[in-house]
Design a protein around this ligand. Structure first.
Ligand code: BES
Ligand code: MN
Ligand code: ZN
Length: 501
C-alpha cells in the first residue's frame, strides 16, 4: 500500500474518494447541529453548500461512525466525498479519529475504490496534530485490510492501492504518518499470519515467515529444532507436538536498541492448529483454532514495528510453535511432564496445551535473565466468557507494569482489563502426584491458567495477556472484515517505546 502526503486544497486532490469528518454539537433543549472540520467546510463551499443541505435535512447527524457518501459529478477533483461522523464534540479523542478513519476506509474498500484521500484534520485540547495524523493513517490502513489471496482477483478487484494524506503543513507530519504506517503494517502482518489456513501456516512456515521478516527488518533470528528442545528439556512443547506429523519450532528474534541496558521479553503462543488433541474439541467452530497462534503473530508484528521505529531498548521475542493433534503418538490425560525449569505437571486435559508450551518459553526467558516478560496467548475460553471480544485479560505480578500496559493500551487504542492472581487460586491447581495439575476445570479457568504460567516466571516481572476473545472476530464489523484483529501489536510497540524513554 502506497501512502503519500499532499498540501493541495481538498477540492483539487485527484482521487476516487476523499474522506472528511464532522462532529455533533449540542445546542441545548435536545437540539444538535453538525460541526464540519475545516476540510469539510472547504468542500461544502466548493460544492455550493450540498453538505450543509444534507445536514439541514437531517440526513446526516454526525453520530459516531455515521457515513455519508456523495458523488461530485466532476464539479471538484475528488470523484466522491465520504463524510464520517465523530459523535459528540466533547468526547473526541485520538482513538475516535483512529476509529472513524477505520470505518471510512473500510467502507471505501467495500465500494471498490482505489485511490483514497484522507483529510481528517481534527486537533483539540486532547489531541495534537501529530497524534491526529498518526491515528488517522493507522485507522485507514487497518480499515482497508483484506485477506483475499485465495480468491480470484476478478471477484474482488484490486481494492485500495493508494492513500493520500491531505494536510496544511507537511514538514513535521511526515514522521507521524510513517509511524502510523509502520504500526498498521505490522498489525496487518500479524492479521495475515492468523488468517492463513492451517495447512499453509504450519510451525515451519511460521518460522520461515519470522526469519524472512527478520532479514528484511535487520533483526537477529535463531530457530531451535527438536533435538535442541530435547537438549534443553522443553518437556511441555515436546509433549504437545508429539501427536503431530509437523515438526515443532522454537523461534527467537532479537532487537538491539543501541547500547541500551534496558531489556524485555515478548513471548507468544504459537499453536498453528488446536484440535484439542486426545481431549478433542467439538466440530463446531473448530476451524477458528487456526488462530491459536495469534499471540505469536502479535509478537512478530510488534518486532517488525519495533525494528522500524528503533526505540532504545533490547527486545527478545520467544515463540514456541507446534500443532495440537490427536493420534497414536499424541500425549495423554494422565501423563506427567517435566518442564524446562524442572517442575512437573500432571496432564488432565490435552486441550489445555497452551500453558505447557508457554511454560517452556517462560522458563527459557527466565534462564536468559530477561525481565519484564510479557506473554500473549489465546489461552482460555474462560476469558471470552468473562470479557467477550472487547477487552483483553491482563494478569500481572507487578502493579507498576500493570499501569504501564494499561497506559500503552490506551495510547494504542486497545483495551485491557486487570484480572486477579490471588494466592487462593493456587489451591485449585494442586496435584496429588506432580508439582502442579495442568487444569482445574471450568471455574475461573482464565485465572487458574495464569496461575500455572506464574510457576514458570521465577522472580521476573511478568504480564500475561489472554487474547482468546480479542484476536479474532467471527462476524463482519463496520470497521473490519471477519477474522484476525492483530490485537496486541500496537500496545506492545507502545510499551517498548515508553520503556525506552
Ligand atoms: N486455544 C484454546 C482457547 C481458546 C478458546 C482460544 C476460544 C480462542 C477461542 C485453548 O487451548 C483451550 O482449549 N483452552 C481450554 C482449556 C481447558 C481445557 C482447561 C478452554 O479454555 O476451554
Ligand atoms: Mn486447547
Ligand atoms: Zn489452544
Amino acid at each position: 500500500m502506497n501512502i503519500q502526503i499532499t498540501t493541495q486544497a481538498v477540492q483539487n486532490v485527484e482521487c476516487d474518494a476523499l474522506i472528511v469528518v464532522a462532529a455533533r454539537r449540542a445546542l441545548g433543549k435536545g437540539e444538535h447541529e453538525v460541526l464540519f472540520s475545516s476540510p469539510a467546510m472547504d468542500l461544502d463551499n466548493a460544492l455550493d453548500g450540498v453538505l450543509s443541505n444534507v445536514c439541514a435535512d437531517g440526513e446526516f447527524k454526525g453520530n459516531l461512525g455515521e457515513l455519508l457518501t456523495l458523488h461530485t459529478m466532476g464539479r471538484i477533483a475528488p470523484k466522491r466525498v465520504i463524510v464520517v461522523g465523530l459523535g459528540t464534540e466533547q468526547k473526541i479523542r485520538t482513538q475516535t479519529l483512529r476509529f472513524v478513519s477505520q470505518i471510512a476506509a473500510h467502507h471505501a474498500q467495500n465500494i471498490g475504490v482505489h485511490q483514497v484521500a484522507l483529510a481528517v484534520d481534527w486537533g483539540n485540547e486532547h489531541i495534537s496534530v501529530v497524534e491526529a495524523v498518526q491515528a488517522q493513517v493507522e485507522g485507514a490502513m487497518l480499515g482497508a485490510y483484506t485477506f483475499r489471496q485465495y480468491q480470484h482477483a476478478e471477484r474482488n478487484g484490486t481494492g485500495i492501492t493508494q492513500f493520500l494524506l491531505v494536510v496544511e503543513q507537511a514538514d513535521e507530519l511526515e514522521q507521524a504518518m510513517r509511524r502510523g504506517q509502520a504500526l498498521a503494517e505490522a498489525t496487518n502482518f500479524a492479521r495475515d499470519l492468523v488468517n492463513e489456513p492451517p495447512n499453509v501456516l504450519t510451525p515451519r512456515e511460521l518460522a520461515h515467515r519470522a526469519s524472512t521478516m527478520a532479514k528484511q527488518f535487520a533483526l537477529e533470528c535463531e530457530i531451535l529444532d527438536k533435538p535442541k528442545m530435547e537438549e534443553l528439556g522443553m518437556g511441555g512443547l515436546l509433549a504437545v507436538t508429539q501427536g503431530s506429523a509437523e515438526p515443532p519450532q522454537f523461534i527467537i528474534l532479537r532487537y538491539r536498541g543501541g547500547d541500551s541496558e534496558k531489556g524485555m521479553a515478548l513471548v507468544g503462543k504459537g499453536i498453528t492448529f488446536d484440535t484439542g488433541g486426545i481431549s478433542i474439541k467439538p466440530a463446531d467452530h473448530m476451524e477458528e483454532m487456526k488462530g491459536d497462534m495469534a499471540g505469536a503473530a502479535a509478537v512478530l508484528g510488534a518486532m517488525q514495528a519495533i525494528a522500524t521505529l528503533r526505540p532504545a531498548i533490547n527486545v527478545t521475542a520467544l515463540i514456541p510453535t507446534c500443532e495440537n493433534m490427536p493420534s497414536g503418538t499424541a500425549y495423554r490425560p494422565g501423563d506427567i511432564l517435566r518442564i524446562m525449569n524442572g517442575k512437573t505437571i500432571e496432564i488432565v486435559n490435552t486441550d489445555a496445551e497452551g500453558r505447557l508450551i508457554l511454560a517452556d518459553a517462560l522458563s527459557y526467558a527466565v534462564k536468559q535473565g530477561l525481565s519484564p516478560i510479557i506473554d500473549l496467548a489465546t489461552l482460555t475460553g474462560g476469558i471470552v466468557v468473562a470479557l467477550g471480544h472487547t477487552m483483553t485479560g491482563l494478569f500481572c505480578n507487578s502493579e507498576q507494569l500493570t499501569k504501564e500496559i494499561l497506559t500503552a493500551g490506551e495510547a494504542a487504542g486497545e483495551k485491557f482489563w486487570s484480572m486477579p492472581l490471588d494466592e487462593e487460586y493456587s489451591e485449585m491447581i494442586k496435584s496429588d502426584i506432580a508439582d502442579i495439575k495442568q487444569s482445574a476445570g471450568r471455574v475461573a479457568s482464565s485465572v487458574t491458567a495464569a496461575k500455572i504460567l506464574q510457576h514458570f516466571v521465577g522472580n521476573a516481572r511478568w504480564a500475561h495477556l489472554d487474547i482468546a476473545g480479542t484476536s479474532y472476530v467471527d462476524s463482519k464489523r463496520p470497521y473490519q472484515e471477519k477474522g484476525a484483529t492483530g490485537v496486541g501489536v500496537r500496545t506492545l510497540v507502545e510499551l517498548a517505546v515508553q520503556r525506552a524513554s
